[in-house]
Design a protein around this ligand. Structure first.
Ligand code: HMG
Length: 384
């Protein structure tokens, strides 16, 4: 049975910051941001949005009545959860009018958790043919004003429906994965911003990619020439190049040109959005499928998922017949082009208004008609 990604959707909030303007205000050279780090813009999240509204806004683009009948589980991956106890997936189940006979769960392991969710979904469908799983990866990457990580912030959500006979890509059962306790990036419970050693995190990412690549090649007897492209977790787009550089010399000169072209396609969306943690690797995949016109059905793409702390997984997908018809390229482009630009001082004000104690935070800025779902506050313990 073929199981994989049947539908995919992306949502990001309506505000955007130009990083050349940010560089000038921070006293940095713009090329450091746009070339050295590889980021042009970042989405800025207003205080009436959180991982629940972003996840529901993404999923609402793809859920239809058939999905409502066939979805048995909602798996929400996030590291920007709104509650230490209750899963954000329960709110999303209600917002999407899914059946009450649905499992709902929230997963956490930094940026890696979306991939774990996807693998759980694939295994569930394998054991329950005909049923579907909704996987959502939703996050707000927040490092703080004038910190080294600021240029790599972002916000957004990816939603995917996992089913048999998928329209976009099958998920192959060839994963290799690893976990090792590392102190590169973490966010203790009392903090709204991550603690991070950015250079260490980049090194661990590269090390884990190389280790898993070698393990994958040994396990599957495949080489780099078996892949038409890579989708990397992209905390910033230069990270994808740093990773690919680790293995590129294994390819012929012609393959190298092709893989670099595909890498560029995979970076387009993250360049304009920033890091969305759990969803970033799937934003990279969506970008590759949207911006490369050279991909063919039957071709394989290698996916590398990394989450600080640290855990990583490498696996492949195979593109399905007519997959391009189901890639929401046009609507994603419209979403990004429709964002409202903020000046640096406006961005700072929006950033500081993101009070994370949402039980006491009165959401002041909700604007009707902007997004389907907004968070207005709490009334008698109910989220409204
Ligand atoms: P930094 O120290 O400000 O930057 O932080 P830098 O001095 O290292 O410079 C960055 C690059 O710009 C360098 O290139 C410079 O040479 C270049 P590189 O050596 O890396 O190839 N540069 C220029 N290039 C062109 N023109 C210029 C110029 N000036 C300098 N004028 C850092 C950068 C990414 C470390 C920082 O933004 C950060 O800490 N980010 C957050 C952490 C992060 O994203 N880590 C990535 C790996 S960990 C991960 O992916 C997990 C994560 O998503 C979290 C999770 O799992 O939950 C983060």
């Amino acid at each position: 049975m073929t199981i994989g990604i049947d539908k995919i959707a992306f949502y990001t909030p309506k505000y955007v910051l130009d990083l050349i303007e940010l560089a000038k205000v921070r006293g940095d050279e713009p090329e450091k941001y746009t070339i050295g780090i590889g980021q042009d813009k970042q989405s800025v999240v207003p205080n009436y949005e959180d991982i629940v509204t972003m996840g529901a806004n993404a999923a609402s683009k793809i859920i239809d009545d058939t999905d409502r009948q066939l979805i048995d589980s909602v798996i929400l991956a996030t590291e920007s959860g709104i509650d230490n106890s209750k899963s954000g997936a329960i709110y999303i189940q209600r917002l999407l009018n899914l059946s009450e006979f649905t499992r709902t769960i929230e997963l956490k392991q930094a940026c890696y958790a979306g991939t774990y969710g996807l693998m759980q979904a694939r295994d569930y469908v394998a054991a329950h043919p005909g049923r579907r799983v909704l996987v959502i990866a939703s996050d707000i990457a927040r490092y703080g004003l004038a910190t080294p990580g600021e240029v790599t912030q972002g916000a957004g959500a990816i939603a995917m429906i996992i089913s048999d006979n998928p329209k976009i890509a099958s998920i192959n059962t060839d994963s290799v994965y690893m976990s090792a306790e590392r102190a590169d990036f973490w966010r203790p419970l009392d903090r709204t911003q991550a603690l991070v050693d950015g250079h260490l995190s980049t090194d661990i990412y590269k090390e884990m990619f190389l280790t898993l690549w070698q393990r994958y090649c040994t396990k599957t007897q495949q080489t780099i020439s078996d892949f038409s492209g890579f989708a990397f977790h992209l905390p910033y787009t230069k990270m994808g190049k740093k990773a690919l550089d680790e293995v590129l010399d294994q390819a012929t000169a012609e393959q190298q040109v092709n893989l670099m072209e595909k890498l560029k396609a995979s970076q387009q969306l993250s360049r304009q959005v920033g890091n969305i943690y759990t969803g970033s690797v799937y934003l990279s995949l969506l970008s590759l499928l949207s911006y490369s016109d050279k991909l063919q059905s039957g071709e394989k793409i290698a996916i590398f998922s990394y989450g600080s702390g640290a855990e990583a997984e490498l696996y492949s997908i195979t593109l399905q017949e007519n997959f391009t018809e189901y890639v929401p390229r046009k609507s994603v482009k419209q979403l990004l082009e429709g964002r409202q630009k903020l000046s640096v001082s406006e961005y700072e004000a929006v950033f500081n208004s993101q009070l994370f104690d949402s039980h006491v935070n009165v959401k002041s800025e909700a604007v009707s008609g902007v997004t389907q779902f907004q968070f207005l506050g709490w009334q008698n313990g109910e989220r409204v």
